[in-house]
Ligand binder design. Structure first.
Ligand code: 173
Length: 305
């Protein structure tokens, strides 16, 4: 961080998602808000997206201070904070997390384990789906190879699919070459990188809550003035309010996907309930197996009454 004057701090910022696409849409509104505010005690030096830094390295970069701020999903930094992607399984909205003190517990954990301040939870209200090029008639993926991140791995494997992890930037080529039969991705954004050209089906319902966070390096955060921290926190709450836009955006994406000829494979009734129940159960189980301590702590914060 550079301190131009006592009043203004400049935060070097990266994004794990391509600028101008659906996922960073509200984050870019937040950057613009700050940029357009002539009174802002914060300057943002936006360095760029995945073209400037591989998405799975962004968490590490904000953790060790190579950058001051990052827009990144928890599934991309599980090597820095194991089980971080339990955030996707939250029973509570960001607003409810804040009201009940759970947000502070998350911040404590992110500070202790990753040396970052968890500033804002974006993309809540957006949901993950499976997309396929082969039809299925029940929640089974036997013989199918799916592009995944840690968000989808346990669920895909539980259904008998083979899981292949790639960053978003490699999905198009994998589909074009047929090295995968499908992929996991939110309802928003498949048009941004041209994936509709190689997508025949979307599986409904969507599952989990998409989480993409704004993280600030903890040393940077500690060196800000109270005024600067309060300013960023206010803007973060404003940013989380923009999650309300997702309902309408989701509907528009569904419409566009149908128009592009993507058919829906929809599980209904009891099968739908079983599909959703399985999604949550197998992910909590996987997290508990692999990272018992963090999984237990996160389950208490995100999933307890
Ligand atoms: O599929 C992914 O790359 C992924 O895990 C993700 C997470 C949040 C938003 C978009 C994609």
């Amino acid at each position: 961080m550079s301190q131009a004057s006592a009043e203004t701090a400049t935060l070097r910022t990266v994004s794990a998602f391509t600028p101008g696409t659906a996922i960073p849409h509200t984050f870019e509104m937040f950057l613009e808000e700050i940029e357009n505010d002539t009174e802002a005690p914060i300057d943002i030096d936006f360095i760029g997206g995945p073209e400037t830094m591989p998405p799975f390295q962004v968490g590490n970069a904000v953790s060790n201070g190579v950058v001051d701020m990052a827009f990144v999903t928890s599934a991309f930094y599980t090597s820095s904070l194991p089980a971080a992607h339990a955030l996707n399984l939250t029973r509570y909205s960001p607003e409810e997390l804040r009201e009940t003190g759970r947000f502070e517990q998350l911040q404590e954990m992110w500070r202790e384990q990753m040396n970052v301040h968890y500033l804002a939870y974006t993309n809540y209200g957006n949901r993950y789906h499976l997309y396929l090029n082969e039809p299925i008639s029940s929640p089974e993926l036997n013989g199918l190879r799916m592009r995944i991140t840690p968000v989808y791995r346990a669920f895909v494997e539980e259904m008998g699919g083979e899981a292949a992890q790639t960053p978003p930037g490699e999905v198009y080529t994998a589909l074009e070459r047929g090295t995968v039969d499908g992929y996991g991705w939110p309802i928003q954004g498949i048009f941004d990188l041209g994936w509709q050209e190689h997508t025949r089906y979307r599986v409904d319902p969507g599952f989990y809550h998409v989480e993409v966070g704004v993280l600030v390096n903890q040393d940077t955060w500690d060196n800000l003035t109270d005024e600067q921290r309060n300013y960023l926190t206010e803007k973060a709450i404003w940013l989380e309010e923009q999650n309300a836009l997702n309902e309408e955006i989701n509907a528009e994406e569904e419409r566009r996907q149908a128009e592009a000829g993507i058919e829906t494979i929809e599980f209904e009734g009891e099968e739908r309930e079983r599909y959703l129940e399985m999604a949550y159960r197998v992910q909590w189980e996987r997290l508990a197996e692999e990272h018992a301590g963090n999984a237990e702590r996160l389950r208490e914060i995100l999933d307890s009454e």
